[in-house]
Design a protein around this ligand. Structure first.
Ligand code: NAD
Length: 403
């Protein structure tokens, strides 16, 4: 943010505003456990900035949740929504809990109690949570139900990431990957590069990574390696993502898959990141390319589907090597974009088919890329800096008009 602020000569008062969240909410969440004892959990919601619209951001249930991290993630959401020009601000929430230790009934009671505690501060026009780490469509359904009971009417738009049966949107499940694909294809088009034969390596073969691999293969890219937390599968001649996925589902380990008709071998996660390829897609965790391994990366382009997979030090090393990075706040914004579409459909009580969602998602993502690309040229900035410049220009304009 600071680098981008300097390049664009951001008004110092606006920078100060953006460095501080507007509101911090800390709640205690008492829950009667199955054994009859009462436990009190701590929960947070940080509402970072609402200059451009209601706050938006996920809720995570994790033992490592801490307020400082939630604050950082809420600012990230403000930037993400602004870069793709959604009329939304940024927020993030969490509860310090290991949900794997809870029974399903305890998890439901915890969720409903957290929803009650947050109820005065959320709503379709105020702050709209969504799933994040260890939260899902069922948890969103409980929040919707609890909030609707408090309001005395159905309020489906209080959260997004819901099941289709409860006001969810078509296209939500693979929206993050699909959004990344639209950005990547527009990038290649702008650089007059052909899709056919481009080699792709994907770190993290989970929800985002596996959908992305399928889309890439379908478009004619050559996916040569994929990995999960236990190892990587490398097929020099290219692999079939569908086959790798069904093997992973059966065996649990993608690295050990033997794909009929394809000569593949298992390699380590470290080796995967250093493979010779055109595009390296990071869709696992944060801090995967660091100052320790950045110099060994041989990809021409990195696409960040995960949040924060390249450390700030590594970013500098990659830029010096001429490796381009399409940053997370743009590359994975397809998820929050379809979340916004879900909210719009809930508020109108009118639902779009899949084609309509795709058409609008493609438009949003490609227009965002074009603006970031233009700003990278105008300010002689990396794509990451240009994405922040694009976002902060919008925020600056809105904040100035309101002040
Ligand atoms: P997921 O849990 O479904 O998948 C993560 C995958 O990464 C798993 O296959 C896991 O085995 C693998 N992995 C973990 N550590 C690894 C390592 N060191 N090397 C290789 N693989 C490793 O999660 P997801 O929903 O696909 O999310 C992935 C990333 O994308 C996260 O950073 C998430 O915040 C981000 N993201 C996801 C969405 C979404 O809609 N799913 C939206 C925005 C951002």
């Amino acid at each position: 943010m600071r680098r981008a602020a300097k390049l664009m000569d951001l008004n110092v008062e606006i920078e100060m505003i953006l460095q501080n969240p507007e509101r911090l909410i800390e709640v205690s969440v008492p829950v009667r456990m199955d054994n009859g004892c009462l436990r009190v959990f701590r929960g947070f919601r940080v509402q970072h900035n609402s200059a451009r619209g209601p706050y938006k951001g996920g809720i995570r249930f994790h033992p490592d949740v801490d307020l400082e991290e939630i604050k950082a993630l809420s600012a990230w959401m403000t930037m993400k929504c602004a870069v793709v020009n959604l009329p939304l601000g940024g927020a993030k929430g969490g509860v310090i809990v290991d949900p794997k230790e809870l029974s399903i009934e305890e998890l439901e009671r915890l969720t409903r109690r957290y929803a009650v505690a947050l109820a005065p501060f959320i709503g379709p026009k105020l702050d709209i949570p969504a799933p994040d780490v260890y939260t899902n469509a069922q948890i969103m359904a409980w929040i919707t139900d609890e909030y609707s009971k408090i309001k005395g009417k159905n309020v489906f738009g209080v959260v997004t990431g819901k099941s289709l049966a409860l006001g969810g949107s078509e296209g939500r499940i693979d929206a993050t990957s699909q959004g990344g694909v639209y950005v990547l294809c527009k990038y290649l088009e702008d650089l007059n590069e052909d899709i056919k034969g481009q080699t792709v390596v994907i770190q993290g073969f989970g929800n985002a990574g596996s959908h992305f691999a399928k889309f890439m293969h379908g478009l004619g890219f050559k996916v040569i390696a994929v990995s999960d937390s236990k190892g990587a599968l490398y097929c020099e001649e290219g692999l079939l993502p569908e086959k790798a996925l069904s093997c992973k589902v059966e065996s649990g380990l993608v690295g050990e898959c033997e794909l009929a008709g394809q000569s593949c071998k298992m390699i380590s996660n470290e080796e995967l990141l250093e493979l010779e390829c055109d595009i390296l897609v990071l869709s696992a965790l944060e801090n995967q390319v660091t100052k320790e391994n950045a110099a060994n990366v041989k990809a021409k382009l990195i696409l960040e589907l995960a949040n924060g997979p390249v450390s700030p030090e590594a970013d500098v090393i990659l830029a010096e090597k001429g490796i381009k990075v399409i940053p997370d706040i743009l590359a994975n914004a397809g998820g929050v974009t379809v979340s916004y579409f879900e909210l719009v459909q809930n508020e109108a009580n009118y639902y779009w088919d899949s084609d309509e969602v795709q058409e609008k998602l493609k438009k949003t993502m490609t227009e965002a890329w074009t603006e970031v690309f233009e700003n990278s040229k105008k300010y002689n900035a990396t794509y990451r800096e240009a994405a922040f410049i694009t976002a902060m220009k919008r925020l600056e304009e809105a904040i100035k008009l309101r002040s």
